[in-house]
Design a protein around this ligand. Structure first.
Ligand code: PEP
Ligand code: MG
Length: 584
């Protein structure tokens, strides 16, 4: 038989070879059917019982993992428990039983589908992925309705690579790390829980493989290449031997990188840069330090607004930020204010659905339009600033008027806190994300007004090259080394240096070792990235001289096309870091 290769999304790096274990996570097949009026009461009571049972299961899971591996991920179970009290889900189902005269199974399925539709229109990838939480909770209730027990990952006795349609948080939390080599799933994206967990557990994983479960049986030999998001089923001998070699090399390489953990990110000639982590959840607070990073360069706060009908309170904001700031001190935490659009927060239809949400009422535009939401968050952030080293980062600033309005609000909130006698850091630094070309073009004007810059290349590239960052059909044009992008980066760097403010980058470009030397050469002093990338970038930083980095950046900047710039960068890296390039 010939090997089969499946390509998905990179979720967590590493290579494993082993036997597959096909975890049956097919959805329970349930029949929705019409009921008579007289059965309504009974169906509602069946539904409520299944919800209670699901809650009890989750509480039990919580107890079981509170000492183990997944301790820091209890929040996922808490999210699911909260969902079991969610109005849309629970009251929505009961309403459907009553009004549409559906049995509990049918009503629940329709409710989940209706909630799913709402999520689909969300542009933000992270928020959109939370749809999975609703589906997983729904699936648990459905199973309890039909009395279908599910095999548990805790039961797996032999070492295996888990192949599943999707994994629920409870799966990943219960598994025994000594038995699970890695996982590959049909569903998922870079920011799905499965991917986040895999990274924090250090297990190789590939997600978004679409139909991997249809092609693998338990016991099949599979190679999981988490570096490229590839799964090879029944590999040929040649592939097998080739991957054995790659795996050995990768392991060796990882051990070497591990040694860098406690060493500073310093070039051969003593130039120090800060390698920082990007996080989205308070529970990830310690992950950066665990990977040898120095502080959190981007704390995305959208998470606080998820899975709920009400807006987060000031105390919730404060608690989350304080938790991260205290755990990261004395290193800094850059808290980014809310970056969502009007379509992403449940505002009772106050905002119309936008035709071009990426060009619409997003991030700071939304916050300035909704000062109450913004003020509440700012109060939480400022109060947290009293507990450690916190900086405020404002996303999607496009010009000075917007910036001035934002700064004015920050000052007003400070005055409120002062009057109330609440502590905060009066000198809290305020920076802006440079992620809209207009901001890059007036970086000199902005630099006078802020304490630091952080370049968001994910959006800066999207808006500069006019390519939707979500659209796979134009993904091939998404090129950080495009001369237009590099020129903007250069302008931003010049402005930051001229006005003596720190220059950071927190877009994905910052975490790619291929670009590390170029960014150093361009004058970036802070690089904030997915925590798993920190050792890789550190390796590059510690192996170059500043002089060489500047020469490389100059050479790359001179190239007239992205292809030539990439070739220049590749050649430099292949010459300096042949091992690293092979692993990438
Ligand atoms: C960016 O745009 O590069 C960035 C870091 O922000 P986000 O990916 O959250 O839009
Ligand atoms: Mg952005």
């Amino acid at each position: 038989m010939h090997e089969k290769i499946y390509r998905g999304i990179v979720a967590s790096p590493g290579i494993v070879i082993g036997r597959a274990y096909l975890l049956d996570r097919r959805k329970v097949v349930v029949a929705g059917r019409r009921i008579e009026d007289v059965s309504v009461k009974e169906e509602i009571s069946r539904f409520k019982k299944a919800v209670e049972l699901s809650k009890a299961e989750l509480e039990d899971l919580k107890k079981r993992i509170s000492k183990g591996l997944g301790k820091s991920h209890l929040y996922i179970l808490e999210t699911h428990i909260m969902l079991l009290e969610d109005k849309l889900l629970i009251d929505g189902t009961i309403k459907r039983i009553k009004e549409s005269l559906l049995n509990a199974e049918g009503a629940l399925k329709e409710t989940i589908a209706a909630i799913g539709l709402k999520f689909d229109s969300i542009e933000d990838e992270y928020l959109r992925d939370r749809k999975i939480d609703v589906e997983q909770v729904g699936e648990r209730v459905l199973r309890n309705l039909v009395g279908h027990k599910q095999e548990s990952m805790a039961d797996i006795k032999e070492e295996a690579i888990i192949i599943a349609h999707d994994l629920a948080p409870s799966d990943t939390l219960l598994m025994r790390k000594d038995k699970i080599l890695g996982f590959a799933t049909d569903a998922g994206s870079r920011t799905s829980h499965t991917a986040i967990l895999a990274r924090s557990l250090g297990l190789p994983a590939a997600v978004g493989l679409e139909s991997i479960t249809a092609s693998v049986k338990t016991g099949d030999v599979v190679i999981l290449d988490g570096i490229h998001g590839v799964v090879i089923v029944d590999p040929d001998e040649e592939t097998f031997l080739d991957y054995l070699k790659k795996q050995r090399k990768y392991k060796y390489f990882e051990q070497e990188l591990e040694k860098l953990k406690t060493l500073p990110a310093e070039t051969l000639d003593g130039h120090v840069v800060y390698l920082q982590g990007n996080i989205e959840l308070p529970e990830e607070a310690t992950a950066t330090a665990e990977h040898g990073g120095n502080g959190i360069g981007l704390y995305r706060t959208e998470f606080l607004f998820l899975n709920r009908q009400t807006l987060p309170t000031e105390e919730e904001h404060y608690d989350a930020y304080r938790h991260v700031v205290e755990r990261t001190a004395p290193s800094e935490v850059v808290v980014r204010t809310l970056d969502v659009g009007g379509d992403k927060v449940d505002m009772d239809g106050e905002f119309e659905k936008e035709a071009n949400p990426a060009l619409g009422l997003r991030a700071i535009r939304f916050c300035l339009k909704k000062p109450d939401i913004f003020r509440t968050q700012l109060r939480g952030i400022l109060r947290a600033s009293a507990h450690g080293n916190l900086k405020i980062l404002v996303p999607m600033i496009s010009g000075l008027t917007e910036l001035n309005e934002t700064k004015k609000m920050i000052e007003e909130v400070k005055a409120e806190l002062r009057a109330e006698g609440r502590p905060y850091n009066e000198a809290v630094p305020v920076g802006v994300m440079i992620e809209i070309p207009s901001a890059a073009l007036i970086a000199d004007l902005l630099a006078r007004e802020v304490d630091f810059f952080s370049v968001g290349t994910n959006d800066l590239i999207q808006y500069t090259l006019a390519i939707d960052r979500q659209n796979e059909h134009v993904a091939y044009m998404y090129e950080p080394l495009d001369p237009a992008v590099l020129r903007l980066l250069q302008m931003v760097s010049e402005a930051a240096h001229q006005h003596k403010i720190p220059l950071a980058m927190c877009g994905e470009m910052a975490g790619d070792p291929l670009y590390a030397a170029i960014l150093l050469g361009m004058g970036f002093e802070y690089l904030s990235m997915n925590v798993a990338s920190i050792p890789w970038v550190k390796k590059v930083v510690r192996s170059v001289r500043m002089q060489d980095a500047v020469e490389l950046a100059t050479l790359v900047m001179r190239q007239p096309t992205a292809a030539l710039a990439r070739k220049t960068a590749d050649n430099f890296m292949a010459e300096r870091f042949p091992d690293l390039m092979e692993e990438m």
